[in-house]
Design a protein around this ligand. Structure first.
Ligand code: ADP
Length: 294
């Protein structure tokens, strides 16, 4: 089927994690939800890539509807953790449960990779990419029907880019690219949204637009986990923050977690702390200043 072939190709070009997620949906759809189980439970997860230990015994639980920011220096394991929660990577040890089941079979998880992981020159339209969110519900054999296209149209309208539906994805700005992926998650009817560095490279108004969109999803009961470098944004726009540097340094409300001691443990000497009006304020992660691409 031409549409399926195009979407599958797009899935592959749009980052291997996305393609693997589509494959896992098709292989094992409709994992049942144990409603008494927490939305997300991460238990003693460790991840080793050959000789690199990326995560060590990380455990935490997230409740339905929360907004959680995952913060830590470069190489802290933020992307690895999101990919394990999405079910696109299997941890070396430990377990992830989404409503009591392993994440691989869940249609309710949407993973949005870093924008650099996507081939933006691939010849598909914005609506095609958002339709990818319906693939798990459609299965391999049924082509999208009018209801699916209506769902795509609604999702694009909700994120404010309905007018871009027929544009090729290469024509989008950074903020519009993120909106398109959020629309794909909405078309999928995702309950857990995982975003890897969605604000990187966006100007401030675009960042604020995405933050407002994510906040708006709260009323739909969508839970949001975001990996970000921006400590101030994490502190001001999220219910809880997860401070990571291979192991979990703190998880809780920003004012509980962002103590000078915890920030020093996460960032070592690379974080600038200022004492302002009686409290410590982190003003930036200096670890990569001057580094290529920083
Ligand atoms: P962050 O997102 O916080 O920057 P990552 O999860 O990308 O951290 O990486 C954590 C560690 O794992 C880093 O040391 C990184 O170099 C390593 N790593 C990540 N992906 C791979 C991979 N595919 N193969 C080998 N090492 C990897």
């Amino acid at each position: 089927m031409a549409w399926m072939r195009r979407l599958a190709q797009a899935g592959i070009r749009m980052g291997a994690p996305v393609a693997r997620q589509v494959a896992s949906w098709l292989a094992e759809r409709h994992a049942p939800h144990a409603l008494e189980a927490p939305l997300l439970e991460v238990s003693r997860v460790s991840m080793r890539y050959n000789d690199v230990l990326a995560l060590e015994e990380v455990s935490f639980t997230v409740r339905t509807g929360e907004r959680v920011a995952i913060v830590g220096p470069n190489g802290a394991g933020k992307s690895t953790l999101l990919k394990i929660i999405a079910g696109v990577l299997t941890p070396t040890s430990g377990a992830v449960r989404v409503y009591g089941q392993s994440p691989g079979g869940h249609l309710c998880i949407a993973y949005i990779p870093q924008r650099t992981a996507v081939d933006w020159n691939f010849p598909v339209t914005v609506a095609d990419v958002v339709m990818m969110g319906r693939v798990g519900k459609l299965g391999l054999l049924r082509p999208p029907g009018p209801k699916d296209w209506e769902r795509v149209r609604q999702a694009l309208a909700q994120v404010g880019i309905a007018h871009l539906a027929d544009r090729p994805i290469r024509a989008l700005s950074g903020g519009q690219q993120q909106r398109m992926f959020i629309a794909r998650a909405l078309a999928q009817e995702a309950e857990l949204l995982l975003l890897d560095e969605p604000f990187t490279g966006l100007d401030l108004p675009s960042q604020e637009g995405i933050l407002a969109l994510l906040e708006g999803l709260r009323s739909q009961g969508v839970t949001v986990l975001v990996a970000t470098h921006d400590l101030e944004q994490a502190a001001t726009h999220f219910d809880r923050v997860l401070l990571l540097n291979r192991w979990l340094i703190g998880f809780g409300r920003p004012e509980e977690v962002f103590t000078p001691e915890a920030l020093r443990r996460a960032y070592g000497g690379h974080l600038r702390l200022l004492y302002v009006s009686g409290e410590w304020v982190a003003v930036g992660d200096t670890c990569c200043e001057g580094a290529p691409g920083a």
